[in-house]
Design a protein around this ligand. Structure first.
Ligand SMILES: [Zn+2]
Length: 261
């Protein structure tokens, strides 16, 4: 369509110079106008059959499958997906509050490992029941303060020369560990301590027993092989979800539908 203004400019120049060229310019102008009208007519006709199909169409859209773009226009748009809520997280780890000291109870004789009262009672009961079947559930780590986790994350990261993202695959940043809640516990097999904190733990009788019985005591595996937080699989790390507070701690407003990383 740019040809027309160009032609007009050319025409103005040539009108000044001679009458003959003016005639030529007139031909160009008329020719361009005719070409423009022809093009406009062509485009109008090309679109109009589809439009008439749309207007007259009372049948379901399947009957005009050939007119793909038109079909798309006619279909009722599906309801928009609700905006996905991505919970606050650091490299897949979710934030947790530190349990108050007075709500913790020791689960080992030396008092070194603690859980929240209810989780502690359930763990001890589970440990006793497992023992009757020859299975030794050995607590490795329970409640951890944010300060404990600072050491575990930053100091160990430096000692092992790990990049942050690598460290986060195996350890939560401070403030983001389930161990702060007093509901999470790392469990080893007392008969095979070499498998402690290793994925080989899943081959022990302790893991097998937990897999079949932990739910009876309201414990569940936090980081399954396909967990949506994208945290490494940890067959030794279990959490208590047997009362309202623990359930809210782990599930309220943080149901994941897509992987965090
Ligand atoms: Zn753990």
């Amino acid at each position: 369509m740019d040809e027309i203004p160009v032609a007009l400019r050319e025409a103005k120049k040539t009108i000044k110079s001679s009458y003959i060229t003016t005639n030529k310019v007139n031909i160009v102008i008329v020719g361009s106008t005719v070409a423009f009208l022809a093009l406009a007519f062509f485009f109008f006709n090309r679109n109009s059959p589809q439009k008439s199909v749309n207007v007259n169409q009372t049948q379901p859209v399947e009957t005009v499958e050939n007119n793909t773009p038109t079909v798309t226009q006619n279909q009722t748009s599906p309801p928009l997906n609700q905006e996905e809520k991505i919970p606050d997280n650091i490299l897949g780890h979710l934030p947790y509050e530190e349990a108050p000291q007075n709500e913790l109870k020791a689960i080992t004789n030396d008092g070194g490992i603690k859980l929240r009262q209810k989780a502690a009672d359930k763990f001890l009961q589970m440990q006793t029941d497992a023992k009757t079947q020859g299975v030794i559930l050995m607590p490795i780590s329970g409640f951890r303060s944010i300060k404990d986790q600072e050491y575990l994350f930053f100091q160990v990261k430096e000692q092992r020369k790990q990049p942050t993202s690598k460290r986060a695959e195996v350890s939560a940043p401070p403030g983001y560990s389930e161990h702060h809640t007093g509901y999470a516990i790392d469990i080893g097999d007392g008969n095979v301590p070499a498998t402690n904190l290793s994925t080989n733990f899943e081959q022990t009788s302790a893991y097998n027993w937990l897999k079949n019985n932990a739910a009876k005591y309201s414990f569940e595996l936090s980081f399954t092989p396909d967990n949506l937080q994208g945290v490494n699989y940890e067959p030794w790390h279990w959490r208590f979800v047997g009362d309202t507070h623990s359930l809210e701690t782990f599930y309220k407003a943080r149901q994941l539908t897509t992987k965090l990383k």
